[in-house]
Design a protein around this ligand. Structure first.
Ligand code: FE2
Length: 236
């Protein structure tokens, strides 16, 4: 079993975050056109690191859109007008793992976004279930962030029955407590410091719809300035 453990007193969880969790509503001028563009794309099933399917990289299929979303996000964080970055941005579609909204398999796997610094997404379902947004967590005292990759990957690849993921998910949730939740609202952009434990709140959507988002991850940001939370000397 491939399991990664991080203790509740790990400095990763106690240090000041570089970026605040942020919400920008009514993000795109014409979100319907973005949805039409997303639906014209080819979606590929990945090898199973995450649920659902993703489009090609936005930098390849629509560079102006990639540039706009990236620069808008960084512009919310930094005063400087110039920066360099490496990032990934793709449309993602996710089907629920179970028709029963309350089935444990529809609860997301609480995770960190790998080596990213700053991550975000735009919700693109017109009439979403509000509970299919994003939730943030912390590790309960004296518990661990214990992450069983095998269960997650097998579920994402459809290799195990959703019922077989229940025990692992129950344990995961018993070690964490929710600290914030952002609801799924059409055309809402959110971004967050990628060192926050988080997950999609629930995979269920009404009318057999797939959850459509535009997801992005900044791995490297080069800039001559400080992040929003580091601009002021921490006196207290
Ligand atoms: Fe994530």
């Amino acid at each position: 079993m491939k399991t990664k453990q991080i203790e509740s007193d790990d400095t990763l969880f106690s240090e000041l975050k570089k970026f605040p969790i942020s919400i920008v509503d009514n993000f795109f001028k014409d979100p319907d056109a973005i949805v039409d563009f997303a639906n014209s794309q080819r979606f590929e099933r990945p090898w199973g690191r995450y649920p659902g399917v993703r489009s090609e990289q936005m930098s390849k299929i629509n560079f102006p859109l990639y540039n706009y979303v990236s620069n808008f996000t960084l512009g919310c964080m930094f005063n400087e007008a110039s920066w360099e970055f490496t990032s990934s941005m793709q449309f993602q579609k996710i089907k629920p793992f179970h028709k029963d909204k309350d089935h444990w398999a529809n609860k997301g796997f609480i995770h960190l976004d790998g080596n990213s610094l700053l991550a975000g997404l735009v919700y693109l379902n017109k009439n979403p279930d509000p509970d299919s947004g994003t939730s943030f967590f912390r590790v309960k005292k004296e518990k661990q962030h214990s992450f069983n990759y095998d269960t997650k990957f097998s579920l994402c690849r459809g290799e195990i029955d959703p019922d077989d993921a229940v025990e692992g998910l129950k344990e995961l949730y018993s070690n964490h407590e929710k600290t914030a939740e952002i609801k799924n609202v059409y055309n809402r952009l959110i971004f967050y410091d990628a060192s926050n434990l988080h997950t999609q709140t629930n995979y269920w959507m009404p009318n057999d719809e797939e959850r459509l988002t535009l997801v992005f991850f900044f791995d490297k940001i080069t800039i001559n300035g400080k992040s929003p939370t580091e601009r002021f000397k921490r006196e207290f």
